[in-house]
Design a protein around this ligand. Sequence first.
Ligand SMILES: *[C@@H]1O[C@H](CO)[C@@H](O)[C@H](O)[C@H]1NC(C)=O
Ligand SMILES: *[C@@H]1O[C@H](CO)[C@@H](O)[C@H](O)[C@H]1NC(C)=O
Ligand SMILES: [Ca+2]
Ligand SMILES: [Ca+2]
Length: 349
Amino acid sequence: MTITTMFTKTLLIYFIVFLLSDYAYGQRDKKFFRTDYNYIETTQGFYKIHTLQQTWADAKRVCALEGASLFYAENRDEANAVISWWKTVQPNVAWAFVGISDIITESVFETIDGRLVSEVYNQWQRGEPNDLNGDEDCVHLNLSGDLNDYRCDGESYFICKKSLASLEWDSHCNMPKSGYTFSEDLSKCYKLHTTPLNWMDAHTVCRTEQTYLAMVSNQLEAEYLANVTESASSRRIEGDYVKGIFHAGFHNRLHENWQTVRGTPIPSDASLWWDNHVPTEDDREQCGSMFYTGSLNIVNCATKSLFICEREVVTLAKRRSLLTIGLQQVSPQRTVLCVSHTSDSRDPH
Ligand SMILES: *[C@@H]1O[C@H](CO)[C@@H](O)[C@H](O)[C@H]1NC(C)=O
Ligand SMILES: *[C@@H]1O[C@H](CO)[C@@H](O)[C@H](O)[C@H]1NC(C)=O
Ligand SMILES: [Ca+2]
Ligand SMILES: [Ca+2]
């Protein structure tokens, strides 16, 4: 056996072990949540410091969209661990909103999950909380570990947290569980969002969930998405928005001609488009949408409507074929071992 074939075999074995690693180790054991979160072993939690300042309510919303929650320290050990990590990764961020406020009742400080501040880490800065000008109901933490009450509509950096114990993995969609439905036929996962937003905000929501605004790429997908929209129509969602259309994953916001949100050309198959009209540079609207029938159309970006997010996944069938290709070239003992371990889940990285 030449060095090259030995090398190839070694690579293949690594490849198979990689493919099967979910079987041997559950998602929690892998300690993976999202690529933008850091795991701290001593606190068994994932954390992210947001460096775009937001109001407290927006900070709370962004953390929730990421599948996490606005951080507060359970105890001094967690505060110390998070602050020492914070000092190494974002030393210029002096203050960060945490998930504590007295919005519900003045001077009763509670965590976002309803615990009294006296039950969690509560080292206030000297003279705080002071409800300055009768207008401070939201709490932030500084790098020295001191808490202060601050204006909720003031903008601040913030920290999101996901505890390892609360991590649930959607093995079909290969992402943290967040309400996506897997379609085997399309090798994609979809989620209907029923809060009407403009196109940009809808795009932001999908990107925050690590997905994309859904795009119709063939007739089967058009039919599938038409079925998804039907469930929305039958629920008669109230609100001031354009009913019957759904934001879709294409646009001309860069004024470089129409493209999908992945930067690829839009489908040229006219039958996918409403009235067989494939948009051109001359069209005044700049954002993509889809009728409830699944046919594509364009809209003004400020139009509010519902939307669907999507994520492509490597299916079990695709994995099996990868595995088969691999197995043809390794020894029989390995073959037996590997086939008996064929698993349904995928690696997140
Ligand atoms: C945090 O607040 C304390 C008390 O006001 C102050 O002494 C300290 O310098 C602050 N730390 C930072 C990093 O701003
Ligand atoms: C859409 O729904 C119809 C009726 O429930 C069903 O027969 C059809 O298979 C669905 N199409 C797709 C692509 O899911
Ligand atoms: Ca207050
Ligand atoms: Ca204060």
